[in-house]
Design a protein around this ligand. Structure first.
Ligand SMILES: CC(C)(COP(=O)(O)OP(=O)(O)OC[C@H]1O[C@@H](n2cnc3c(N)ncnc32)[C@H](O)[C@@H]1OP(=O)(O)O)[C@@H](O)C(=O)NCCC(=O)NCCS
Length: 233
């Protein structure tokens, strides 16, 4: 596909070529109309990246719902962290980095499947469902406090997760808006590789989806419930 070199080779927004910058600006403009969602699908192969250390002064651990509620109540975690109720269904897990008893970075994990309504860049009707094979977990809602960015906390959290089989995972999968270079870099730091680009275009039942073939070969079903036309590429 002619657009692949544009969207598949972005290591970080600071390093985009002039052509990629133009494509990124155009994409952001179109994305505002809620008719286009382009995400990079990334994969960590089984048992890779298990041994990354965390920077000095940080502690990494999985949080149960009760402790997350306490941290929210005492304002020791960002308010956008998400609903602790999710941690009761056995399908979701949360791993955080703490510094001085405050959560400064977090990542959510899900196994089995991710609903389309939980996996979209800007337009919820262009969300992409993901059905995962056994032993894989989907990574979503990653965040680091601006004061603690650049210390590879996301990579350290992911490493903890595969080492401790959080959400049953020895392999990881995630999708990231293709213009979010910082996030792509953060996931590359643990060794995640691109499986290709998911393109979702349209509105309501009138949609066209391009799904990376490499995902299918790993047993990952992408956008199974998406309406309209679907093409593997
Ligand atoms: C994307 C994000 C989670 C990365 O977290 P992190 O803990 O800083 O991750 P890393 O330390 O691996 O840094 C990743 C990249 O961020 C950039 N970065 C480095 N220092 C930074 C700083 N002080 N401030 C902002 N970005 C910085 C760099 O490009 C870095 O890659 P590099 O070291 O190879 O140059 C964080 O920037 C964030 O919370 N962003 C807003 C929410 C978001 O986009 N979440 C991802 C949704 S999938």
């Amino acid at each position: 596909m002619t657009w692949s070199p544009l969207v598949n080779q972005i290591p970080g927004s600071m390093e985009m070529s002039p052509l990629q910058r133009i494509a990124s600006l155009l994409y952001r403009a179109v994305r505002r109309l809620s008719i286009l969602d382009v995400t990079r699908l990334m994969h960590l192969p089984p048992n890779a990246g298990e041994s990354l250390p965390v920077a000095d002064g940080y502690e990494i651990r999985a949080l149960p719902a009760g402790e997350l509620r306490e941290l929210i109540a005492s304002q020791r975690v960002d308010t956008r962290v998400g609903d602790p109720g999710r941690l009761y269904d056995g399908r979701h897990a949360l791993v955080v980095a703490l510094r001085n008893d405050r959560v400064v970075s977090y990542v959510w994990f899900a196994h089995e499947c991710v609903e389309a309504s939980d996996n979209f860049s800007r337009a919820s009707h262009l969300g992409t469902s993901i059905d995962l094979p056994d032993g894989s977990a989907f990574v979503y809602n990653a965040w680091t406090d601006p004061e603690h960015r650049g210390r590879r906390l996301i990579a350290a959290i992911l490493s903890f997760a595969v080492r401790h089989r959080v959400a049953g995972a020895c392999a990881l999968l995630t999708s990231i808006d293709w213009t979010n270079g910082r996030s792509i870099r953060a996931f590359e730091h643990i060794g995640m590789i691109s499986l290709g680009t998911v393109v979702r275009f349209g509105w309501g039942p009138l949609q066209v989806s391009l799904i990376p073939r490499r995902a299918q070969s790993l047993g990952v079903r992408v956008g199974a419930g998406a309406p309209g036309l679907k093409f593997a590429c």
